[in-house]
Design a protein around this ligand. Structure first.
Ligand SMILES: [Zn+2]
Length: 494
């Protein structure tokens, strides 16, 4: 294992990833400290909301309530259709510790809009939760978790050998308060996205570039961050009606808060990627904490959904070479974005819903004016609250009229094996646009339904396309030594 992991840093230069497209904001030098500071101020309020209320809470519910006020008073069920994330309280009518949802019939809660956000317990999670970090808190390796400890030790040794100079950012605050880093970090030696939106590490690091765009022309790379949201059924129903798949960047704490909703995403055929355990700033974590943020989210998704993601997105884009190394060692491709709708910012930093609509309109205009004649954007939007989801639903017809194709990011990258499990395959880009949008293969999910669907209809063109543009992850995984490393990792997860 040690030899294989050490080889990772040597092999990474062989992997290629789609480079930033130029223009837009990618790679543009910002103002250093002031940029960091600005980002922190905007992000803090969002992080606080996410942490305290889960994703079912809309801004309208929050109003001017202080988070401590809500938390201490327990007044979390202000509206029955909204989420109540209160792990200390049983749902109405359910005795503490009662099994509100079993793995045998979870879909009633998932699909019923009157109960979709009613708190429930889920027996498969109850059975394993003691071996996971506390939800909505910075993750760390759980006591006596010998498998995680051993894997981290291997990765950490390789990391310290490869990148000994990359420092933890900030002063121990994980909410974007960068402390002295705000003024002392003046040269972007670490390819720190939050500082200058760097997405292409120096070749000497051996790290692949982040995914920022997709190689398919006039193609919208569709993803939603921050789910699963208990009230996502309207959005997911809409996506199903449109036969539209997407990439879902799930927060580990939301997955275990709302496991049945997470299972729906997989069963609906969406691609599942990791969005960390606690949704904090990753570069502020120690090596061990950063590892735990990714490791336990990925493990929970495996346990509850039956698939092991090979992709992740850093919350707030906050990634540097140290964090990229840890993610790559877990065989996860770093995906950021090229366009930000700012839907997550509404209500803060003077951003309004009109601004978000204008952003969508700009992206759609670019879809028709030749901007994307040779590639496609990866657009940042969210499963954060009912507003962000409804805004997407409202603008979807315009997106569809402006771009030739709207596809999940894996599909746009022709990643046909998005998970470690090789019995789950996704269509190639050519297959998808030809009408075959379903995933193939069954998994060990705890879901009551299967994701099995119709068989592949691969054509010669599709086969050619599948080899034309592979993601960094699939290329790395294809390398023999890396494959051994991944196999070892998967064994630890199963
Ligand atoms: Zn996020």
């Amino acid at each position: 294992m040690i030899a294989a992991a050490a080889a990772l840093s040597l092999l990474l230069p062989l992997a290629s990833a789609h480079m930033g497209c130029g223009g837009h904001e990618i790679g543009r030098r910002n103002h250093g400290g002031s940029r960091v500071l600005e980002h922190r101020q905007v992000a803090n309020s969002v992080v606080a909301r996410e942490r305290e209320y889960g994703r079912g809470w809309g801004d309208d519910i929050l109003g001017n309530m202080l988070e401590t006020d809500l938390r201490d008073s327990g007044r979390c069920n202000a509206s029955p259709e909204r989420a109540c994330r209160n792990p200390n309280a049983a749902p109405p009518g359910v005795a503490a510790g009662a099994r509100a949802v079993s793995c045998a019939s979870p879909t009633g809660l998932v699909h019923d809009p009157t109960s979709e956000c009613t708190y429930y317990t889920y027996s498969p999670w109850d059975a394993i939760k003691s071996s996971y970090p506390t939800i909505w808190a910075a993750a760390d390796i759980v006591a006596n978790d010998t498998e995680a400890t051993a894997l981290f030790a291997t990765i950490n040794a390789s990391l310290n050998a490869a990148l000994p100079d990359v420092a933890v950012k900030g002063n121990g605050d994980h909410t974007g308060n960068w402390g002295t880093t705000d003024t002392t970090y003046t040269t972007d030696t670490d390819c720190w996205w939050t500082y200058a939106k760097c997405t292409t590490p120096a070749s000497s690091t051996g790290l692949a570039a982040d995914i920022t765009t997709v190689p398919e022309p006039e193609t919208w790379g569709l993803g939603f961050d921050d789910g699963p949201n208990c009230s996502h059924n309207a959005l997911y129903n809409f996506l199903s009606e449109q036969d539209q798949k997407a990439t879902m960047f799930f927060i580990g704490s939301n997955v275990v808060d709302w496991p049945v909703q997470a299972i729906r995403a997989k069963d609906d055929g969406h691609e599942i990627c990791v969005h960390t355990w606690s949704h904090e700033y990753m570069t502020s974590f120690s090596n061990q904490q950063a590892f735990a943020e990714l490791y336990y989210t990925r493990k929970a998704i495996k346990e509850l959904l039956g698939v092991t993601p090979k992709c992740w997105r850093p919350p707030f884009g906050d990634v540097d070479n140290r964090i990229r190394f840890i993610a790559a060692a877990l065989n996860m491709t770093t995906i950021v974005w090229s366009e930000d709708t700012d839907d997550w910012k509404v209500g803060t930093d003077n951003v309004t819903s009109a601004d978000v609509s204008a952003n969508y309109a700009d992206f759609c205009a670019a879809g028709k004016n030749g901007t994307y004649s040779t590639f496609g954007p990866v657009v940042l939007n969210h499963e954060l609250n009912n507003y962000t989801m409804q805004e997407f639903i409202d603008v979807y017809p315009t997106i569809k009229a402006s771009f030739k194709y709207i596809v999940p990011i894996a599909t746009a990258l022709n990643t046909t094996y998005p998970y470690e499990e090789t019995n789950v395959t996704y269509p190639t880009f050519a297959q998808y646009i030809g009408g075959t949008t379903e995933t193939n293969g069954t998994t060990a999910s705890n879901s009551s339904s299967s994701s099995t669907s119709n068989s592949s209809t691969a054509s010669g063109a599709a086969a050619a396309a599948s080899t034309s543009a592979k993601s960094a992850a699939s290329q790395v995984a294809a390398l023999p030594v890396m494959g051994m490393f991944v196999a070892g990792l998967v064994a630890t997860l199963l």
